[in-house]
Design a protein around this ligand. Structure first.
Ligand code: SF4
Ligand code: MG
Length: 306
């Protein structure tokens, strides 16, 4: 159960969370994996269905609430975090989830997203990142890579993309995670960790759009399985990341904190560091650690437990 949210009267199954609505995503869409993972893990929380709410914005993934046999709202473009903030703050007896995409959350809704995170509202935000506008048929989005050729950028996109993990850490979010849709076990474990976190949790989900951006994350799928395992960073723990034979850590050097391969530094140099919100250099190091420029295959969780 979750503190303050009423428990279910009887054990539940995944089918209890499936609505009678026909799922209308394209065949092969990554959204199916996440929907199934959510419906499968929710029974383990043991909450009354009427105390669970999914609030979405606009976009393909924002059809999510229709498919859940819970309360829900398919709301306004980019404004799901604002609506969910009102709900979560006035009704602490609810488990409130936001479902959004890269366009919805980071373009029109970017402002709402960062303020929900910095206020640490008790919301779980699922950010489906397919690096494209799918619903409007394939324009470049705030997470599309430089040079992306789309209908709206025929000569290639000029814009540098947002890294949602860095953005969330910059807003001092207390729980930030990244997963890939093809890794169902990791998706499920991360959803559960997010649900149990008190405060705002951002879970970025790399989601394949087979119609308008197929294969965007294939490079990660082909990578070593071990690189995609969950790493949890907790208060007071060493900041290390990655598979055992290729771990990275936050290292104190003459130039300040930096991220380095542990095999290339003295073990004594590794900072065993409290994950304090007040340390911007640490947040920066973490953002690099989870960021695109170090190793995009790394998925993990940053959790501030203070
Ligand atoms: Fe999924 Fe892409 Fe189809 Fe939208 S357009 S439902 S993201 S496959
Ligand atoms: Mg999108």
């Amino acid at each position: 159960g979750l503190a303050g949210v009423p428990a279910a009267d009887a054990p539940q199954k995944a089918k209890d969370f499936k609505s009678d609505q026909e799922v209308r995503w394209c065949p092969g869409c990554g959204d199916y994996v996440v929907l199934n993972a959510v419906q499968s893990f929710l029974p383990s929380l043991g909450l009354k269905r009427e105390n669970i709410v999914f609030v979405s914005g606009i976009g393909c993934s924002s059809r999510f609430p229709y498919y859940m046999n819970t309360y829900g709202m398919h709301s306004i473009h980019g404004r799901a975090p604002a609506i969910a903030t009102g709900l979560a703050t006035s009704r602490p007896d609810l488990s409130v989830w936001v479902v959004t995409g890269d366009g919805d959350a980071l373009s029109i809704g970017g402002n709402h997203l960062i303020h929900a995170l910095r206020r640490n509202v008790n919301l779980k935000i699922l950010l489906f990142n397919n690096r494209i506008y799918g619903l409007t048929k394939g324009q470049y989005s705030p997470t599309s890579e430089v040079g992306k050729v789309t209908k709206s950028t025929p000569a290639g996109s000029l814009d540098h993309p947002f890294n949602p993990v860095s953005l969330a850490l910059g807003a001092e979010a207390s729980f930030v995670a990244r997963v890939i849709d093809s890794d169902r076990a990791n998706v499920t474990a991360t959803l559960k960790a997010a649900a149990e976190h008190r405060g705002s949790a951002l879970v970025e989900i790399y989601q394949n759009c087979p119609i308008f951006n197929d294969g965007a994350f294939d490079v990660l799928k082909d990578n070593d399985e071990k690189q995609r395992r969950i790493v949890t960073l907790q208060h007071g723990e060493p900041i290390v990341f990655g598979p055992e034979d290729e771990q990275y850590g936050v290292v104190q050097g003459p130039e300040g904190l930096r991220v380095a391969k542990l095999s290339e530094v003295d073990s004594g140099q590794v900072v065993v560091h409290d994950a304090e919100r007040e340390d911007p250099s640490l947040a920066f190091a973490l953002s690099r650690l989870g960021g695109q420029d170090l190793n995009p295959a790394i998925t993990g969780i940053f959790r501030n437990t203070t």
